[in-house]
Ligand binder design. Structure first.
Ligand SMILES: [Zn+2]
Length: 424
């Protein structure tokens, strides 16, 4: 289409020099053709959908997601529309995470990146060759709004590590805050590729009491990780810095000239999948949210661990959050106790079936000692069957070892025989 439009412009310029009614007619036909092409393209993108429906029809983009409710995995899937997620870094992991959240029908998505799409990015997922030269945020907006127009998209083409960029970043997170919260987003996902940017996200989230998840893929492209960070409650990114950073080395000096990091669409796709899966579990409250999940593709090893905050953390905002978290302990304990009591009272069991045609009764494990069950079951072999292995009760103790005196006698006898053989 773009080439066609350029040709049309050229013809228009030529027309200006030398008017020709026949060529005006030909140009008109071309414009009509392009208009019909554009209308086909517009018709292929769907219109907005007001309410998420669970109706199982081919035209419903949410039927498979709403089925999570029917399967008992999620209590209320439609709540996903109430949530806002900010993704910092729209690269190999961030762009795929953004697409996944868009397809899941997230309410609002904020995208941050300062880079442009390059052909060198084509070994990864999401961006297409025709988007080369566009900013990553614009290209992402283009694709995501076509996939799901229900998602409210905000794009910020900026570098969060600059003073101005950081201010805009903080301002955008704080916008739309309500219900006494410091920010208008529910989760920040860090998908950046350097330590400096991670520390900036860490600083913003510590300042704003903002829960976030960090992700990373190794330079050799074969391992990665995701990590949940709740200011004050878990370790922040400055609590346990990588050794090379803790030793004061500038990470920019670590890059060797002419050597670029490797990347694989597989590892980045896996890490993006783990990140968004953890985000969905966190937002929609199902399953277990991982505090840290590693991925080593060479061994298919997924280590998990938990990291407590460091009381000697170098980040003052982290120390503030740690103090607040400690002070809120009595309130948290009371809340946990109330929740346990509510669950206990809700757990009163009622018979599943009132009729008991087969007289099935449930016996408490404690009423019948396991040894008795074993013995009864073991003693009652059907007629004609014999036991191949001895019964546990018929285990015969091995004979006691001969006394040490007897061993000594045997040894002396053997020694004598040996001496006799040697002397002969
Ligand atoms: Zn910290």
């Amino acid at each position: 289409m773009e080439e066609e439009l350029r040709a049309l412009l050229g013809d228009l310029d030529a027309l200006k020099q030398r008017p020709d009614p026949a060529s005006i007619d030909r140009m008109r036909d071309r414009v009509v053709g392009m208009t019909s092409l554009a209308s086909v393209a517009a018709a292929s993108t769907r219109s907005k959908i007001k309410d998420m429906s669970a109706e199982v029809v081919d035209s419903n983009p949410y039927s498979r997601l709403m089925a999570l409710q029917r399967m008992g995995i999620v209590d209320n899937y439609e709540r996903i529309r109430d949530y806002s997620v900010a993704i910092v870094g729209i690269g190999g992991v961030g762009s795929v995470a953004a697409e996944m959240l868009t397809r899941c029908g997230i309410g609002r998505l904020l995208l941050y990146d300062y880079d442009t799409v390059e052909l060198a990015n084509m070994n990864r997922l999401f961006f297409r060759p025709d988007q080369v030269g566009m900013t990553k945020t614009d290209a992402a907006m283009q694709t995501l709004s076509e996939i799901n127009p229900d998602v409210l998209l905000e794009s910020y083409s900026l570098n969060i590590t600059t003073v101005k960029g950081f201010e805009t970043f903080l301002g955008s997170l704080k916008a739309r805050s309500s219900h006494g919260r410091a920010t208008g987003v529910d989760l920040v996902l860090s998908c950046v590729d350097n330590y400096e940017a991670r520390m900036v996200v860490n600083q913003a989230c510590n300042e704003l009491h903002q829960t976030w998840m960090e992700s990373g893929v190794s330079e050799d492209a074969v391992s990665g990780h995701i990590q949940l960070l709740i200011p004050g409650e878990t370790a922040c990114f400055a609590c346990a810095p990588p050794l090379v950073v803790a030793s004061g080395v500038d990470e920019r000096t670590l890059k060797r000239d002419g050597v670029c990091a490797a990347s694989l669409p597989t590892t980045m796709g896996v890490v993006a999948g783990l990140l968004v899966q953890n985000s969905l579990k966190y937002l929609l409250k199902f399953g277990q949210v991982s505090p840290y999940l590693g991925y080593n593709s060479l061994k298919d090893y997924f280590p998990t661990m938990e990291m407590r905050p460091n009381p000697q953390c170098s980040n003052p905002a982290c120390l503030e959050r740690q103090k607040e978290y400690m002070l809120s302990k009595p309130a948290r304990d009371a809340e946990a106790k109330a929740k346990m009591e509510a669950e206990a009272s809700a757990a009163i069991e009622y018979p599943v079936h009132i009729d008991n045609e087969w007289n099935i009764s449930v016996v408490d494990d404690n009423d019948t000692a396991p040894s008795i069950i074993l013995k009864t079951a073991a003693d009652s072999l059907p007629e004609g069957l014999v036991r191949e292995l001895p019964h546990e009760d018929s285990y015969v103790e091995p004979p006691a070892p001969a006394s040490s005196g007897a061993i000594d006698d045997d040894l002396e006898e053997l020694q004598r025989q040996l001496d006799a053989l040697n002397s002969s």
